[in-house]
Design a protein around this ligand. Sequence first.
Ligand code: HAM
Length: 422
Amino acid sequence: MSFKVPRGTQDILPEQSEKWQLIEEKIRELCRVYRYNEIRTPMFESTELFQRGVGDTTDIVQKEMYTFDDRGGRSLTLRPEGTASAVRAYVEHKMFGQPDQPVKLSYMGPMFRYERQQAGRYRQFVQFGVEAIGSADPAIDAEVIALAMDVYSTLGLKDLKLVLNSLGDKETRDAHRAALIGHFEPSIGEFCSDCQKRLEKNPLRILDCKVDAGHPLMVSAPALTDYLTEDSAVYFAKLKMYLDTLGIAYEIDPNLVRGLDYYNHTAFEIMSTASGFGAITTLCGGGRYNGLVEDIGGPDMPGIGFALSIERLLLALEAEGIELNVNNKLDVFVVAIDAEAKVKAAELISSFRAKGISADMDYIDRKMKAQMKAADRLGAKYVLVLGEMELAEAAVNVKTMETGDQQKVAFHDLVNYLLEQK
Ligand code: HAM
C-alpha cells in the first residue's frame, strides 16, 4: 500500500519551507510597520457563518466548501477564506468598542476550497490577509492596497498589475441588478443551471461564472460603473486620488466583480503580468465590505481587506526568475575521529548552540572524509576536526571553509572566537 498527499494539497519540504519562512518574515515585518496586528481564528467555523458572510449564491459556498457534521450534529466548515472569521471574532470580542478604530487585523494560515486542481489552485492553500474594520475613509482603502503591493515589491516582483473597480453602494447595485436581469433574462436558457438560479437571486454572480465565461452576453453586460451613485463616484474618485498620491498605478476594470458577495465600493485584484505565469494570474484580491459586520450580528461598521496566497506568490517569483536569498548556512560542523572525540564534539556543539551559533556533528559513524563532505553539503562556515591530539591539547584548528585558513583555538575560547567571527 502506498499513500500520497490528498489531491490539491502539497508537502512543503525543508528546502521549500525556508522560502516560506523568509516570505512570512517579510510579511510580518510589513504588518508591523503598517500596524496590522495578528489574529488567529479556528480553522473551522459554523457553516452558517460562511453561508451568510461569503454568500449563498457564490461558487465557494455552493461548490467548494469542506462541510461536515461533528459528533454533536453541528454543521461545521473548514474555512474557505479569512474575512468571515475575522469579522466574527471582531463582533464576538466587541472590538467595535475599542477606542482605536479602525481595528487593523492580519492573519496567515491555511484555507480550504474543494476546487479543481491546477497550477496555482489548491484545495489547501495559505492565505495572508488583512482586515481594517471601523473606517469608511478611502484613505484606508489606499493603505490596504499599498500594503498588498508592498508584499510583492519587497520580494522584488515587478511584473504586476493592480486592477480596480467600484461596486458602488446598495442603490448602485440595485439599479445595476435590474439592468443585469434585463440583459440576461431573454437568453438565460443558454446559460448553465447555476446561472439560471443566479438570475433572480444574485445576477451579479453570473459575471463571475467559470462555466459561461465565454458567452458573448458576458462582454456586453451592463457595467456597474455606469450605475454609480454620486456618493459612490466621489468615494471612488477619492480612492484614486490617494493611490495617485502614493504613486500606485492601477487599471480600471468595470467587469471586476470578485467572487464573494460581501463587497461594495472598492474591489481590487493584483495580477501577475510575467510571461511565464500560468492561466490563473490573480495573485491577490480584496475590497470593501460595508454591511458585513451587521450581517454577522454586529453593529453597522464598515470594513476593507484583502487576501493573497503564498502559493501564487511563489509562482510569481518563479515566473520572474527571482531567487530568494535564504540564509540557511550552518555555522560550525564538528568532525569527530573516534568515540572519545565524539563525546567532546557533543559537548562543544551544545556550548555553541547555547550562544546562538548553529552547529552540527555526525550521528551515523561516518569516516572522517565522509564527515567532511557532509560539512561541505551543509555549507558549514567553520569545520573543527577533533582527534586524540586535540583532546590532549584541549585546542583545535578552526578551519574557515571559504578561505581554507586555519586558526588554533583553545576549547575554552572557542565560543568567544566564533562569536567574534560572526
Ligand atoms: P479570494 O479572491 O477568494 O478573496 O482569495 C484571495 C486570494 O487567495 C486569491 O487572489 C489567491 O491568491 C488566493 N487563492 C484563492 N483560492 C486559491 C486556491 N484554490 N489556491 C491557491 N490560492 C488561492 C478572499 O478570500 C477574500 N477573503 C479576500 C478579502 C479579504 N476581501 C476582503 N478582505
